[in-house]
Ligand binder design. Structure first.
Ligand code: GLU
Length: 285
């Protein structure tokens, strides 16, 4: 198999332990399958991107021993491609302008499709995609089958935002296809994006990658670790500590303390044993 995986950080801060685990997971999964591993900087939301964070993340990855096998793709440089992809959907009648403000939406609810029938005098603010009244599913490597009814659970989602930036869902799907990604290995917080990403892939006629969503590293209080928080048990300056922590978190045999290159060899062997050679592929959790 011509395996191609990726790590796609948003440069909103330095690499924290949660994102380091995501990098290690995607890297080990790719290496276990003798695949190619790519890094993509997801700075499509330019308001949240922090100047210099992309460089800092790449430097941290390199210190850990992970370097993209091909040139790093940077989303802020790909707007023309995203615009074309959006136009492709518009020509098929799937995209419409929406003039609703946040205040007009049901609190925390699903967008009810108010502007499907036209703007009715409202100025256009964003572009939404018309989702089908159907369930879409992905067969996740570790989470099993995961389905969402797109109309009932997601609603017509935004592809081009009111601030003029393309939405993550569009950029991610377009770039996974452009980069020929066969395996998307990432944290389970993104599982609920997978069914709509699968549907978008089908609309554009893209190949459909395999998904694997691993559990998040949680803070001590059980909440999601934010970029500002630190897990005190891991020294972010110590690559060996991070690699051992990531392996334990991913349910892999933790490498012994040794020179980093040797630890990576052990980690790759452990990943191969758990994720490629094991008959049931259930050694994760
Ligand atoms: N850029 C996203 C993040 O940093 C990851 C997106 C993905 O892996 O699909 O959370």
């Amino acid at each position: 198999m011509n395996y191609r995986g990726r790590f796609a950080p948003s440069p909103t801060g330095v690499l924290h332990i949660g994102s380091a685990v995501a990098a290690v997971a995607s890297f080990l999964h790719a290496r276990a399958h003798e695949g190619t591993w790519l890094v993509r900087i997801e700075d499509v939301d330019e308001q949240r991107a922090v100047a210099g964070a992309d460089r800092a993340i790449l430097d941290s990855l390199a210190r850990l021993g992970m370097v993209s096998d091909e040139a790093v793709l940077v989303q802020s440089q790909r707007k023309a491609v995203y615009r074309q992809a959006l136009e492709g959907l518009r020509q098929r009648g799937l995209v419409y302008a929406c003039g609703c403000t946040r205040r007009m939406l049901p609190a925390g609810g699903i967008y009810p499709g108010t502007c499907r029938a036209g703007l009715r005098g409202r100025p256009a603010r964003m572009q939404r995609v018309r989702v089908p009244n159907a369930r879409y599913c992905v067969q996740d490597l570790w989470q099993g089958r995961y389905c969402q009814h797109l109309a009932q659970e997601v609603g017509d989602f935004v592809l081009l935002r009111a601030d003029g930036f393309f939405a993550y869902q569009l950029a991610c799907v377009v770039d996974d296809a452009f980069q020929g990604i066969t395996h998307v290995i990432r944290g389970v917080d993104l599982l609920d994006s997978a069914p709509r990403q699968r549907w978008l892939q089908q609309q554009w006629g893209f190949a459909e990658p395999v998904y694997g969503h691993f559990p998040l590293v949680l803070a001590e209080d059980g909440r999601k670790l934010s970029k500002s928080q630190r897990d005190r048990s891991v020294d972010l300056e110590a690559p060996a500590d991070i690699l051992r922590f990531a392996c334990r978190h991913l349910g892999l045999q933790s490498p012994s303390i040794a020179p980093l290159a040797q630890m990576w060899r052990e980690a790759e062997a452990a990943a191969r044993a758990a994720w490629v050679e094991s008959a049931c592929n259930s050694g994760f959790f």
